[in-house]
Structures are given as C-alpha cells and as structure tokens.
Unconditional design. Structure first.
Length: 384
C-alpha cells in the first residue's frame, strides 16, 4: 500500500508541473505574432521538456508494470493474457510517442504562428502530451489493480463506535432488556402453540416505569380533586375563565376612547359616510334597495319606522337585528364603528324620495319630537 501512495504522490507532482507549464504556454501563446529565430523558442523548449518528462514517466511506470506482471504471473498462470495485453498497449503508446517526436522535428521549420510555432506543430505537441497523460493514467490504474491482486487479504476487525456501544448498553438496560438469541433456551417456557414456543422475557423497562408513574399521578389527582378539593374540574375552570374574560373586557371598554354603543352613537363624517355607502350597496341593498327605497325590507327614506328612527335606534337595529321580521344581526360582520357609519348613512337617506319607493310601514317618527322635553301635566286634581 505504501508503494501505491508513493506513485500517487509522484502523479500529483506531475500534474502540478503540467498545470504550471500549461499556464506558461498560454501566456506565450497570447503574445502578438512575431518572427523568431528557429534556434531559440521558449514555447518549443517547454513542450519538448514536457514531452520528455512524460515519456520518462511512461518508461518508469512501464517498468513497474512489467515487474508486477511477472510477480502476478508467478502467483497465477491465468493472468498471462492480461499482462500480454498490457505490454502490447505500452508498446503501442511508446511507438506512437516516438512517431510524434519524429514528426515534431520535421515540422519545426514551418513559419511561426503559436509563440514561434506553426499551428500544426503546436497542436501536434499538445496531442502527444495528452496521449502520454492518458497512457500514464492507464498504467497507474493497471499497476494499482495488479498490486491489489498481489496483496494478501487482511481480516480487519470492525471497531464499534463509542456512541453506538453506549447506546446499545443503555437500550439493553432501559428500553428493551431483551434476552440475546444464544440465551433464549434459558427462558424458554413449556407452552407450545402450533410449534410456536413462548419466551419468559421481562417487560420493557420504559413500559414498566411508565406504569409506575401513572400510579403516582393517579394518587396525586385523587387527593387534589376529590379529597382536598383544591383543584377545579372542567366546568369550574370554564366559569372562572369566563369571569376573568368579562372583567378584562369591562376594563378595556372603560379605557377605550372609541367605544360606541346604543347610547352614544356619533354622526359620521364624510369619510365614514363614504365607507358606509360602500357597505350598504354591497350588503344591505338586496332588502332595502340601492337607494333605500325598500324591497323585502322597509323603506328607509320616509318618516315611518318599525323600530323607531333615531341614530341610536338604527344602530341597535343593525347590531342586534330582529329575526322575527327577517332582519339579521350584523354585530359579527361589522365593528361598532362601522355600524355607526351605517346608521349615519341611513339617516342621510331620509327625505330623498327615490323612485319606486315602498309604502310606509310602522309608526311616524320625528327627531324633533324626541328632542322636545316631555310636557309635564298639571298635578292639581280637578274636582268636578
């Protein structure tokens, strides 16, 4: 294995060298085209050096492969064909490399193009280098394969991780507490059901301790709710929570400056009336008409009202509704402020006299009559 590591280190150094030389080649190839003397060309020298180095590596790997092949051949006779094939491939690469070097020498006198070299010469060098690199990779893989076949098989003991070993012991003590298979004969019972034998395994510790905990909780519950009476049953808890919510609501409404109810409905401004008109034409018109002329519901533009017509009365009618007359409650759909806007908008419809108005319903109502103080009758008793 150490031998393979040494080969890998050499291959890594070789690739670093190749990357460095390739960078230098790219820099030289990017220079403007100029005429250089054929006797001195830096790019050509670098390419030749790379070719020679790779050829040397090929030769060294070939020697290693031959030695390993002989050793493997001595170990087994069946590998002779494989070694022969490998040697043939090595000779083929070597012959191709030699032919490429001869061709490169012949083309060296062409007019410079790539850093003083012609395009044919440059690409020929690149092709030779790539071929040598591929051959080196092939030889390295072949060497590793032969070396692995020569190594004796080693039986390695699998080391159980500390965490897994700890969890196994914890599981054995607290969770399953199962009997190992090789010791099942010690806990085998005489019961036999259609060939199925019963084991006297202990209960899982988690289940047993959980059962003990439920007994303790049941005792605490019994004394808390049924002996001492310190705990509240669900009905008592609900009543207490509702009372607490009522107190919080009262405190909120007391400090709410925008609180609106049936007793203090203000007249909406222009913005509120515009919002109310949009709500009315969306939700209210099917019963009262788009102009308040009435339909299934009463006319909202005349002086007659079924449930009085003051601003506060209209607010209460919209909020609570009258189910017996088909008027639903809108308190869940709109906020008190929106209902006050609607009440104000309905007051603005008074006296508009829309076309196709519905006949009057209810009793005559006048805001002026409500605003006037009630006349006090003479308390003197007339004696006839």
């Amino acid at each position: 294995m150490r031998f393979v590591k040494e080969i890998n280190k050499k291959i890594s150094l070789l690739f670093v060298l190749l990357c460095t030389l390739t960078t230098v080649m790219a820099q030289n190839g990017a220079t403007p085209e100029k005429t250089t003397e054929p006797g001195y060309n830096l790019l050509a020298i670098l390419l030749v050096i790379m070719t020679v180095v790779l050829a040397f590596v090929l030769w060294g790997l070939g020697q290693v492969l031959v030695v390993l092949g002989k050793q493997l051949l001595e170990k087994t006779k069946n590998a002779s064909k494989e070694i022969t094939a490998v040697l043939v491939i090595i000779l083929a690469f070597a012959s191709q490399h030699a032919a490429a070097q001869d061709n490169s020498k012949d083309i060296a006198t062409v007019v410079p193009n790539y850093g003083g070299l012609s395009s044919t010469t440059f690409y020929l060098f690149v092709t030779v280098i790539i071929t040598e690199v591929l051959a080196i990779l092939f030889l390295v893989f072949s060497i590793r394969r032969l070396y692995s076949e020569l190594l004796p098989e080693k039986k390695t003991k699998t080391k159980i991780p500390v965490l897994r070993s700890w969890w196994s012991r914890l599981d054995q003590k607290l969770f399953t507490k199962a009997i190992p298979v090789e010791k099942e004969a010690d806990v085998m019972l005489d019961h036999d059901y259609d060939g199925i034998r019963e084991l006297d395994n202990a209960l899982p510790p988690w289940w047993k301790y959980g059962f003990y905990i439920t007994i303790v909780v049941a005792v605490i519950y019994l004394f808390n709710f049924h002996v001492f009476g310190s705990g509240k049953n669900p009905a008592e808890e609900y009543a207490a929570e509702m009372e607490e919510a009522r107190i919080q609501k009262a405190a909120f409404e007391a400090s709410n400056k925008d609180k609106i109810d049936e007793n203090n409905v203000p007249m909406a401004d222009a913005t509120g009336l515009a919002e109310a008109k949009e709500i009315f034409t969306t939700k209210c018109w099917p019963c009262h008409g788009k102009l308040g002329e009435g339909g299934a519901g009463p006319n909202l533009t005349d002086d007659y009202w079924l449930h009085k017509g003051s601003l506060n009365d209209i607010f209460q009618t919209i909020k609570n509704g009258y189910a017996d007359k088909g008027m639903q409650s809108w308190s869940k759909d709109f906020t008190p402020k929106q209902i006050s806007f609607l009440a104000s908008y309905i007051k603005t419809l008074h006296g508009t006299n829309p076309p196709n108005a519905k006949a009057a319903q209810g009793e005559l109502f006048s805001d002026a009559a409500v605003a006037e103080p009630k006349n006090t009758t003479d308390t003197t008793t007339k004696i006839k």
